[in-house]
Design a binder for this molecule. Structure first.
Ligand code: ATP
Length: 300
């Protein structure tokens, strides 16, 4: 196990930001952290990195706490972006790479590689303040990973990026994972976590309300979706036994069902009623699960 969080609590005064959190984050994997605003994700990251001290509990990586000595093995893209605006990209990265014990020649080699890969080689000698927000973020991503960390923590890495840059960054993150980096990332974008992570947790009020492998989480949720596009009114289906939720869409309806067998009942009910253009039985999305689990506890 790469990273172990055992019974970790963080209090700010009387406020419990992280509440007795226990997680194991497997090695060479991508682990997703989901949670509403204020759920405790960033606080957890800061404790993993040793930037904040836990009130209680233990965090270890390969069996040992992460200290200053391991900083060359760890990379962090913080939520609040912070590059030096007046430095050029080259100056900035040399400075940060040197802090992690890299040789200047190696920094420049890696920097060329990454700027080329992110299709912005012309930024090498530009001042950070001259770059757009999204492009500054690409540079900060490079800064978090230029030293080839074994553990990479990314707080909202894709926010503010256009779709092409999201793809570039996703590919980079996947490559790093395939080369053996353990990656932990927080996101509000369910589809990114769904696409990239084998394991994940959904935090709520400092506790994981859902935790495990994506496949098991979906399976144990039990419910599925039936998507129907048809040329006739489908609203009558909402009263079918086993339909737990319904949402009208431009072309038809999405029904949430509590058991796969219900889909066959629905199929029977629409047969012979008119033209059906689409009938799909789908796994629940992470978004469905998030809304159900976090939404439900909002009202507790
Ligand atoms: P977001 O998705 O909005 O980034 P988050 O899950 O990262 O949220 P945290 O930033 O970890 O959430 O915050 C968790 C809770 O701890 C919040 O209620 C926040 O107000 C509180 N908190 C965080 N840092 C401090 C601090 N330095 N002092 C006091 N309270 C804090």
């Amino acid at each position: 196990m790469a990273l172990q969080i055992q019974g970790v609590t963080k209090k700010f005064g009387n406020h419990v930001a992280v509440d007795d959190l226990s997680l194991e984050i497997p090695e060479s994997e991508m682990f997703g952290f989901l949670g509403a605003n204020g759920a405790g994700k960033t606080t957890t990251f800061r404790m993993i990195l040793g930037l904040l001290e836990a009130t209680n509990g233990k965090i270890s990586w390969a069996g040992k706490p992460i200290t200053y000595k391991e900083s060359h093995l760890v990379g962090y893209l913080p939520e609040e972006r912070g590059l030096y605006p007046k430095l050029t990209v080259k100056e900035q990265l040399i400075y940060l790479g040197r802090l992690r014990g890299m040789e200047k020649s190696e920094i420049l080699k890696q920097l060329d590689y990454w700027l080329e890969r992110f299709k912005v080689p012309e930024y090498l000698n530009k001042k950070v303040e001259e770059l757009s927000k999204g492009n500054q973020q690409k540079i900060q991503f490079i800064a978090s990973t230029i030293h080839r960390p074994k553990l990479l923590i990314l707080d909202e890495p894709f926010s503010g990026l256009d779709p092409l840059n999201v793809e570039l960054l996703k590919e980079a993150v996947l490559d790093l994972k395939n080369q053996g980096t353990s990656i932990v990332f927080a996101s509000h974008r369910m589809e990114h976590v769904e696409e990239l992570c084998e394991h994940l947790c959904i935090m709520h009020h400092g506790k994981p309300v859902v935790h495990g492998s994506l496949r098991d989480i979906k399976r144990s949720f039990g419910r599925k979706n039936v998507i129907i596009h048809a040329d006739f009114d489908l609203d009558y289906l909402t009263s079918t036994r086993g339909v737990t939720k319904a949402k009208n869409t431009a072309e038809g309806i999405i029904l949430q069902i509590d058991d796969e067998a219900v889909s066959q009942e629905i199929l029977k009910q629409i047969t012979g009623k008119g033209n059906v253009r689409k009938f799909i039985l789908e796994e629940p999305s992470l978004n469905d699960i998030f809304i159900e689990k976090v939404g439900a506890s909002y009202h507790e």
